[in-house]
Design a protein around this ligand. Structure first.
Ligand code: MRU
Length: 348
């Protein structure tokens, strides 16, 4: 891949500004934890695994800059940083996993001086990035093996290199299958209202010379009914213990259409996205975003001023519509309560 989603460079967190793609490829060099947290909130970086890696690096950056007199004070201020990041976006499980991972590292080294602890956290940020990359490649291998020969895949939102440390979850499977000569077409839903499919998935695939056809969200049903789609592969922001899947708004409708057309519906996500503490999708928090994302486009008003708007950013696909969940440790099949718990245990 010829771009880098998130990197640590000489005491700065470097992010490709995803709000500017595909028009401009600009890298932002962030110098404080507050800047990194704002970048997550403002969607400079998005996609659950990429948010998790960025949060780890942002926490490490914050730790290097804490001016404290004691280790107790370091611990308190680091907990504040954890709260700062946890408040940025509510749905992606990986964000909370990232905060917990860095906090448990701090707890595991109670005797380290603040400066030494900060250095350990910086190294951990890079380790988490490498783990995510390896997880994406493993998902790619597991998922590509599920496809039965040359396939036409439909995907929703962006679950690619831009949404992870690199390579992608759903797009990782597509990349692995493409390398094996098994991708004849990828249908990319544009993904209203933030257009992650049109702006990001189409950009990534086109750039890697993987055949891609952009469609609007409302066209996916017809594509399936016409027999143009062999499998649906999407990512996830959080997977409940029973296999209910939170993903970008519109995913549920894709899953319903896939079931109606007997098309397998696969979800690809690292075990860091699985939330065994949340029993079902009913209690997964759904982010509600700015109405302007729907009423405006490129500064042009699309709807009457003052109109009431709902803008939930994610929906829940019930486990019964999910054919399989592909993680880095293997493929979970129903009943998910058992199979997901086993794959999470295998990761630790
Ligand atoms: O609002 P976003 O762009 O952060 O939402 C991203 C998605 O819904 C992705 O499908 C999900 O995070 C999986 S990314 C590998």
């Amino acid at each position: 891949m010829s771009f880098e989603t998130v990197a640590w460079n000489a005491g700065e967190v470097v992010l490709i500004d995803q709000r500017r793609l595909p028009g401009e490829e600009i890298y932002l060099r962030l110098k404080t934890a507050v800047e990194v947290a704002e970048a997550i909130r403002d969607m400079v970086v998005r996609g659950a695994p990429a948010i998790g890696v960025t949060a780890c690096m942002g926490l490490a950056l914050g730790a290097t800059q804490l001016e404290v007199k004691s280790r107790a004070e370091f611990n308190e201020r680091f907990a504040d940083l954890g709260r700062l990041f946890a408040a940025t976006r509510p749905t992606a499980r990986n964000l909370f996993w990232a905060v917990a991972r860095m906090q448990s590292l701090v707890a595991a080294h109670p005797d380290k001086a603040p400066g030494d602890m900060a250095a350990i956290l910086v190294a951990e940020g890079e380790r988490v990035k490498q783990e995510d990359l390896r997880a994406c490649h493993a998902m790619g291998r597991h998922g590509a093996a599920l496809l039965e020969g040359p396939s036409r895949i439909l995907t929703h939102c962006n679950a690619g290199g831009l949404a992870t440390a690199g390579y992608g979850t759903a797009l990782g499977i597509i990349r692995a299958a493409h390398a094996a000569g098994n991708i004849t077409m990828v249908y990319a839903d544009e993904t209203r209202p933030f257009l992650q499919g049109a702006r990001l998935t189409a950009w990534e695939l086109h750039r890697d010379l993987i055949p891609v056809t952009l469609i609007t969200d409302s066209m996916s049903g017809l594509m399936m009914r016409r027999g143009n789609v062999d499998a649906v592969v999407v990512g996830s922001d959080r997977i409940a213990a029973n296999g209910d899947v939170a993903n970008k708004i519109g995913t549920y409708l894709v899953a319903v259409a896939a079931r109606d057309n007997n098309i397998p519906f696969y979800v690809a996500a690292p075990t860091t996205t699985v939330d065994l503490d949340t029993p079902t999708g009913d209690t997964i928090p759904i982010e509600e975003r700015d109405p302007d994302e729907i009423t405006m486009m490129g500064g042009v008003r699309l709807a009457p001023e003052g109109i009431q708007v709902a803008n939930p950013a994610f929906d829940i696909t019930p486990a019964r519509l999910v054919t399989a969940i592909i993680t880095e440790t293997g493929v979970a099949r129903p009943p998910y309560t058992e199979s997901l718990a086993a794959l999470v245990a295998a990761a630790s």
